[in-house]
Design a protein around this ligand. Structure first.
Ligand code: TRP
Length: 470
């Protein structure tokens, strides 16, 4: 009887078809604009080596344990963010899930705008590859005027949102997992081609030295905090995305193995992307100074021309690169929408299709404002809540990465480390292959001490000393 009920429940909720399906979906969530757009430019800003090393330490010491914690909360309760926190730790902890749902809402609303840019540049690159790159084109000016075309921005982000909604609409197996199974192999394939092409360029050895040779004199405390904050963002942690994805994981799968795989793949892709971009940049004399002025625009301002002037096989690789960015963004936007939609489905009993339309539609209203905040609409462009973060876009990015994710992550480590019994967490982690006592012991030590102390340090630094790491 009990078996029948739980079986009926799992079919209604949906479940990944296999361990691989889950790993691909979660890796798809993790790999996104954070890896391809944000990581290269913050590495550039922080002058490479030492920053990368600190980032890697954060990924292992904080990211990996929290990844395991989120997945185990989801799998144990078989509920999405809010419901899972309530069930695992008591009604008040539902608030942590609610912060997560809010963060998903906020991040998706601005993320869709940059995702839309990748679609536009994919189209552009197709045109350039077909009819030649016009000489003398000023890509910086071109980008600024493109970003200020409000109507176009709304259409592009709207297309992206529609694609995201159509996947979430189709559910766990038929939508999210299927999309990841198709897009991730393509993404890996394109990235390997780009990587090989980049390694053959003269700038590649300088790029590798820049990325991997630590020079601690160039890294300040704010760089350390930025590395930690980015570890959350890139692994999709701190807002219940992995709780939600974890709730579709079957009991027989190993959380430990899956987490290790997700974290490894995400880190590799970020490093690959950075090696590719820096190899290109270091291969062109004078490019270094130019990029320094607009690290944020590296992807859309510096790179396009280089594809056609410097990169071997650039005519083929340029469109491939921009579609890769779009695919990576899509598997991430899906996870952001899924967190919000799954909350409405689980906690308010709304049917999936209707929930997708409601939440996607509501988020898109905010997206419209973000899309208009690069000059398209004065009020949205000049809006300022945090000093120096002008525009709805900048404000929301700051709010999410500096506040919502670290606060959410901190509370999740506290909850799992201190408010869940050892038996409970050990039995979840043991399913699908028992971890040896020292592995479990190591996780427990990190989740109780190392992770909360480090994340607490970010919050204190941002809250009391005003360090900005967005
Ligand atoms: N990890 C994604 C990236 O690097 C972004 C993302 C998707 C995300 N889902 C998330 C970030 C949940 C924080 C929380 O682009």
């Amino acid at each position: 009887m009990e078996g029948e009920v739980s079986k009926a429940q799992t079919t209604a909720r949906g479940q990944w078809t296999s361990n691989l399906g889950f790993v691909l979906a979660a890796t798809g969530s993790a790999i996104g604009l954070g890896n391809l757009w944000k990581f290269p430019f913050i590495t550039w800003d922080n002058r490479g080596g030492a920053f990368v090393l600190v980032y890697l330490i954060c990924i292992i010491a904080v990211g990996l344990p929290i990844m395991m914690a989120e997945i185990l909360i989801g799998r144990k309760t078989q509920k999405s963010a809010v419901g899972a926190m309530k069930e695992a730790f008591g009604p008040r902890w539902g608030l942590v899930g609610a912060i997560g749902v809010l963060a998903g809402f906020v991040i998706l609303s601005y993320y869709a705008v940059i995702a839309g840019w990748s679609l536009y540049y994919f189209g552009k690159a197709l045109g350039w590859s077909a009819s030649g790159f016009p000489s003398g084109l000023r890509l910086g000016d071109e980008f600024t005027s493109f970003a200020a075309r409000g109507g176009l921005q709304v259409i592009l982000s709207g297309l992206f949102m529609a694609a995201t909604m159509s996947v979430v609409w189709s559910g766990i197996k038929g939508g999210i997992e299927r999309t990841a199974r198709i897009l991730l192999p393509i993404l890996f394939g394109i990235l390997v081609l780009l990587f090989l092409s980049a390694l053959s360029m003269e700038g590649s050895s300088e790029a590798l030295a820049f990325i991997f040779r630590p020079n601690f004199s160039s890294l300040g405390p704010d760089g350390i905090l930025e590395a930690l904050g980015h570890a959350f963002f890139t692994l999709s942690l701190g807002m219940g995305a992995m709780i939600t994805y974890g709730s579709y994981v079957a009991k027989k799968q190993s959380i430990v193995k899956a987490s290790g795989m997700i974290v490894l793949l995400d880190t590799l892709i970020a490093l690959f992307a950075t090696v590719i971009m820096f190899s290109v940049i270091f291969s062109v004399p004078g490019m270094e100074e130019q990029v320094g002025g607009s690290t944020v625009g590296m992807l859309f301002i510096s790179l396009p021309e280089l594809f056609y002037t410097t990169v071997p096989f650039g005519r083929v690789l340029a469109p491939a690169f921009y579609i890769l960015v779009a695919f990576a963004a899509l598997t991430s936007t899906i996870s952001l929408l899924e967190v919000v939609a799954a909350y409405v489905i689980d906690e308010h009993g709304v049917e999936r299709k209707k929930a997708t339309l409601m939440t996607g539609g509501a988020i898109f209203l905010v997206t419209v404002m973000c899309a208009m905040s690069f000059g398209g609409w004065g009020a949205a462009s000049n809006f300022e809540l945090f000093e120096g973060k002008t525009g709805v876009f900048g404000t929301l990015d700051h709010l999410a990465s500096n506040w919502l994710l670290p606060v959410g992550g901190f509370l999740i480590t506290l909850a799992t480390g201190w408010f869940m019994t050892r038996e409970d967490s050990e039995s979840e982690l043991a399913a699908g292959g028992t971890p040896s006592w020292y592995k479990y012991g190591a996780w427990r030590f990190f989740i109780r001490y190392v992770a909360p102390v480090s994340v607490g340090a970010i919050l204190v630094a941002v809250g009391f000393f005003g360090v900005d790491f967005s």
